[in-house]
Design a protein around this ligand. Sequence first.
Ligand code: PRX
Length: 652
Amino acid sequence: MSNEPTIEDYYFEDRKFPPSDEFRAAAVAGDRSLFEEAEADRLGFWARQARELLTWYRDFDTVLEWELPYAKWFVEGQLNVSYNCLDRHVESGKGDKIAYYWEGEPGDTRTITYGDLLSEVSKFANVLKGLGVERGDRIAIYMPMIPELPVAMLACARIGAIHSVVFGGFSPDSLIDRINDAEAKIVITSDGGYRRGAPSGLKVNCDVALGSTPSVTAQVVVKRTDQDVEWVEGRDHWYHDLMAEASDDCPPEHMNAEDLLYLLYTSGTTAKPKGIMHTTGGYLTQVAFTHRTIFDLRPDEDIYWCAADIGWVTGHSYIVYGPLTNGCTSVMYEGTPDTPARDRLWDIVERYKVTQLYTAPTAIRTFMKWGTMEPAAHDLSTLRVLGTVGEPINPEAWMWYHEHIGGESCPIVDTWWQTETGGHMITPLPGETVTKPGSATFAIPGVNIEVVDDAGNKIERGGGYLTITDPWPSMLRGIWGDPERYMETYWSEYPGRYFAGDGAKLDEDGYIWLLGRVDDVMNVSGHRISTAEVESALVDHPAVAEAAVVGATDDTTGQAIVGYVILRGTAEAGDHLREEIRQHVSKKLGPIARPRTVVLVPDLPKTRSGKIMRRLLRDVAEGRVLGDTTTLADESVVDEIRSRARDSPQED
Ligand code: PRX
């Protein structure tokens, strides 16, 4: 972690929004009783949630075993995640209830009941078994937002295989790293998906990756776009061919509460992504509890929509596992919000009568730019609760969401959490908390958060670092294959505490305001990207000798990637090369990591010991007056960089 000043000034925000009496009266949590219960007996509180929200084959004896940094929740308990998401609803007579209203980007739709999903998942679980998959095997999933994606995840969970979903926007190289780190046995993909009105290719990326992934024995391919694909006989199998032969009888495995459910790779401060490990009982408990409480769920009436991608943790927890465990009806949408027009989201809300909408501040800021006409043209009056996730939301965007989407009557839940936390940690309870635009407010019942100063002392007011003081059920159980990194990244900065990597501030009322990352991780459109990853992709280009990357504040995406690049002696500087370097990063890591700006520079600002001073680069990128330059080895470097930066175009 750097010791640069990163804690911003307070937002001067004193507007307050209490829930209406009507909302409070009907809410899942309309008073402080859950907080009181958890304060009196935290473990008892979580045990009650686990027993009430989930169905166990075998009850647990011990709620928590904690030996820092390793937690075991609901020890000796046995359950199956897919049973909890599917079978038990069908057994209780809800087989015809709709699990997903799915809508493809071209406008095609599918309505999938819990009964349909159970049958499809059971069949696919048998398909996986037929391909030699056993309990504990890792399965990589690289798919668009189509129903076969949750089917594949749940089929893994049914037979005790561990899925590792890789976001469809990642490159073949990223896929190779993730498949090899997990030593995945099978890859599940599709020919492609629809984005921005055209079919994208996914299998084509897998085909490249599979040349370098010796652990993979088979690839299963869902036909979505009907584009031409290459085929390797013996290795590649069409999903529909295998499913046609499969039985829909597949009894779920009895899994231990602490068995691994999935890996999900996320960026850290080095170039190597971390395989975050999530287990079964604790994860499902917290995800089900928060999905129900924070979205004020009425499972028999609501049409809930989380507009994230399942390739990220938000989709895992709040499109797949939370909603299905709670037996609710969700909307799932394949494509982008501006296809075919900029009112696509509002059109979906109106047609399906969506009651909860969960999206990211970046999306809200984009809608703001597009204007109020699109939402105003649709009936959004069915909405009851609005959620945001992924990055701090500025008060202006919060107010726009409140007024133009929520009709000034929907509580907004600004949910702070991470891939590592598995589920919500800091957020309003919509029927209880008085919200302030831009603040995620307070820790949920049963979660203990403290803000600390540089020395790790708890502070009551002002800026500091966000820490979690006690284990929580859906916490990560480690980093796949790297226990030392797990200890070092999360548990060493402030001994005895989990360090989230975020700055936070407590206001005079004790509200928590998240201030963004304090490490070398950027947050672009709510997605984490490490500066080191982008730097290593930049220096991989043959013309690049050295590179430094910073995240600069951006009005729409929160942060934007700015790369400062020193060329090799022979390379010819110019716009063409700059563009080629940007595209190289896109190819190496995926389009989300493509720098907004590449600045070609003669040198980088370094301390006398050779450390790059990113703080100064950030100042340049954001057009600020430079901070302290006295430790620079050569002060003239920065002036030159600044003039080059002014001349470098910003790309979309
Ligand atoms: O910096 C915080 C930011 O996103 C990071 C976690 O990123 P990821 O693991 O990709 O998960 C995103 C979806 C849960 C955090 O360390 N972050 C997430 N939610 C918020 C947030 N920052 C401010 N407010 C939020 N509500």
